[in-house]
Design a binder for this molecule. Structure first.
Ligand code: NAG
Ligand code: NAG
Ligand code: NAG
Ligand code: NAG
Ligand code: NAG
Ligand code: NAG
Ligand code: NAG
Length: 488
């Protein structure tokens, strides 16, 4: 069932599918996905991966076979942990293009994949069918459901007609996708990064922050736990990059014939902190499944169009992340004690899910995520990352720890500029970006609540430890154990 058909599907419809066949199938085999760090040829500058902590260099990983599969007989099939207290992840099945096209025929018909070579942001021309008096944003879902966005579209509309190019009697319009995505995680400093990066003269973000198109709007999810609206077609998403596209078009015309390079190109970015992990819509739409894991993930679609896209991820001690998430999203009864109870309840639910399902099935299970009192699964970074690494090369990711970012913003921002191959900034520009006050979305009221209880911290540390261990191994950096951070 394709979400673009616009049919409203009851969330109840597919939820009975809970079959745990996959568990019973096959041998008593457990598979651990680890990074192998095989030295593979010489070091390449462009192959330099980026990590926020300086100690380790894993630039030598230049082959997707970094996922080395360890197979061993394990009596404890019901456990998700290896005897070494490390998390087990089964490799996922990668859908092919034909399968993806079946799910999203409209999306595939809209994005050609033949991008202009002169622009680093992926852009292409399409014929514009409307006339001068038409409002190109009239039925854009973002505008239909939000007055604030509607106002932004009203402004964008002003220059729209004049931005069209004439070619053989037709009016053509430049469409663009982002060159890079900030994909996660929530409460890990992505807003701060976004607020700084948008000040860079060569960076353009979507018309408004956090479009959440790939994970939510595409399915008609406006707000979590609410009924579905009409899905937003991909055109609605592309509209968000119109202003950037117009600038790129101007740039392109000027540059044509003058200078071949694309070094000084404008880069389009997008920041939605759900992209990395939120696959909760899958079960409502992709109901033809034979096991309990999603047959396709968000990144499969991004990869189909943009195999060379770049991704920036901010992470943070998952224990602190969860508390921050709770403070941000909880409405009533907020307190350290209430947090403790919710953590305790969620942990019990998650552990019992793991008794019968894989980590991936539990983490991506919509019903389950909706009923868990706190969003424990968002901190299982290694699992999500492994799923991204199953498609994209490791050096397409810049991973920053919020702890390092806060400690030295200048350093952190330079890593970002280098990663995006953005030109160097003048001292003045750099200073204005790094001296911008930190964006901190913790509400003043919440600060008075103080830290979480020591016992809550302990049970969460224990819960996340095997995952952090897997992450530290995957990224070859012990900073991801979050063991040296001061307790605050
Ligand atoms: C998701 O979780 C719910 C509630 O725990 C369970 O009933 C259902 O079978 C699970 N579904 C899948 C596909 O694992
Ligand atoms: C990656 O490694 C495998 C074997 O480990 C090899 O067959 C393959 O050609 C390599 N690919 C690249 C792009 O180097
Ligand atoms: C422009 O197109 C709309 C339909 O999209 C039509 O109703 C309108 O009459 C057209 N206006 C002109 C000036 O052609
Ligand atoms: C479900 O999947 C099977 C195997 O991939 C396929 O043969 C079948 O046509 C699919 N059914 C629907 C309704 O999409
Ligand atoms: C509010 O928090 C208290 C203290 O933890 C707890 O006993 C109570 O059940 C909570 N009430 C609700 C409605 O969650
Ligand atoms: C967690 O909750 C259970 C009841 O659901 C209770 O028996 C147990 O003592 C709680 N554990 C902690 C550490 O609070
Ligand atoms: C922060 O990073 C910059 C650039 O890497 C470096 O020059 C500076 O010494 C660092 N400052 C601190 C306090 O570590």
């Amino acid at each position: 069932m394709s979400p673009t058909k616009g049919r409203w599907i009851s969330p109840q419809k597919c939820l009975g599918v809970g079959k745990f066949f996959s568990l019973l199938i096959g041998l008593v085999i457990t598979v651990l996905v680890v990074a192998s760090y095989v030295l593979n040829g010489g070091r390449q500058d462009l192959g330099q991966p980026f990590s926020s902590s300086t100690a380790r260099d894993f630039g030598h990983i230049s082959n997707l076979s970094y996922t080395e599969i360890h197979i061993e007989v394990n009596q404890m099939i019901r456990s998700h942990l290896l005897p070494s207290n490390e998390i087990q992840l089964m490799p996922r099945r990668i859908p092919d293009r034909a399968e993806l096209e079946q799910y999203e025929p409209h999306l595939f018909s809209m994005i050609s994949g033949n991008f202009l070579r002169s622009s680093r942001s992926p852009c292409w021309y399409v014929k514009y069918q409307g006339n001068r008096s038409d409002d190109p944003y009239k039925i854009n879902g973002y505008g239909l459901y939000s007055k604030r966005f509607r106002a932004i579209f009203e402004e964008m509309r002003q220059g729209f007609w004049d931005s069209l190019q004439l070619r053989g009697g037709d009016r053509i319009r430049l469409r663009c996708l982002p060159y890079f995505y900030i994909i996660g995680q929530p409460k890990c400093g992505t807003t701060d990064l976004y607020d700084r990066l948008r000040l860079h003269p060569m960076v353009r973000f979507s018309a408004f922050k956090e479009p959440h198109w790939w994970t939510r709007k595409r399915f008609g999810i406006l707000r979590l736990k609410e009924p579905f609206y009409n899905p937003f077609p991909v055109e609605d998403y592309l509209d968000l990059f119109d202003l950037a596209a117009q600038e790129i078009q101007d740039h392109y015309n000027v540059e044509q014939g003058m200078k071949g390079g694309t070094v000084d190109d404008l880069l389009i970015g997008e920041a939605s902190a759900s992209t990395m992990w939120d696959n909760s819509a899958w079960s409502y739409f992709y109901d033809n499944v034979t096991n309990t894991e999603p047959p396709v993930l968000i990144q499969d679609f991004i990869h189909a169009f943009q195999p060379n896209a770049k991704f920036i991820i901010m992470l943070r001690d998952p224990v602190e992340r969860l508390y921050s998430d709770y403070l941000y999203f909880a409405i009533t009864n907020k307190s350290a004690e209430d947090f403790h109870d919710k953590v305790n309840e969620s942990l019990q639910m998650f552990e019992s899910c793991l008794q019968i399902s894989s980590v991936r099935a539990c983490a991506y299970n919509t019903t389950f995520s909706n009923i868990m009192p706190v969003r424990l699964q968002v901190g299982l970074y290694v699992m999500y990352l492994s799923d991204w690494f199953s498609l994209f090369h490791m050096n397409q990711f810049l991973i920053l720890r919020l702890e390092d970012h806060s400690a030295n913003i200048t350093h952190s921002m330079r890593l970002v500029y280098d990663f995006l191959h953005l030109g160097h900034l003048s001292n003045k520009e750099e200073t204005s970006i790094t001296h911008n006050p930190a964006s901190n979305s913790r509400r003043p009221d919440d600060r008075s609540l103080g830290p979480m209880l020591p016992q809550t911290r302990q049970i969460l540390k224990d819960f996340y430890h095997p995952y952090n261990k897997g992450l530290a191994r995957l990224l070859a950096d012990i900073a991801y154990l979050w063991e040296s951070e001061l307790i605050h």
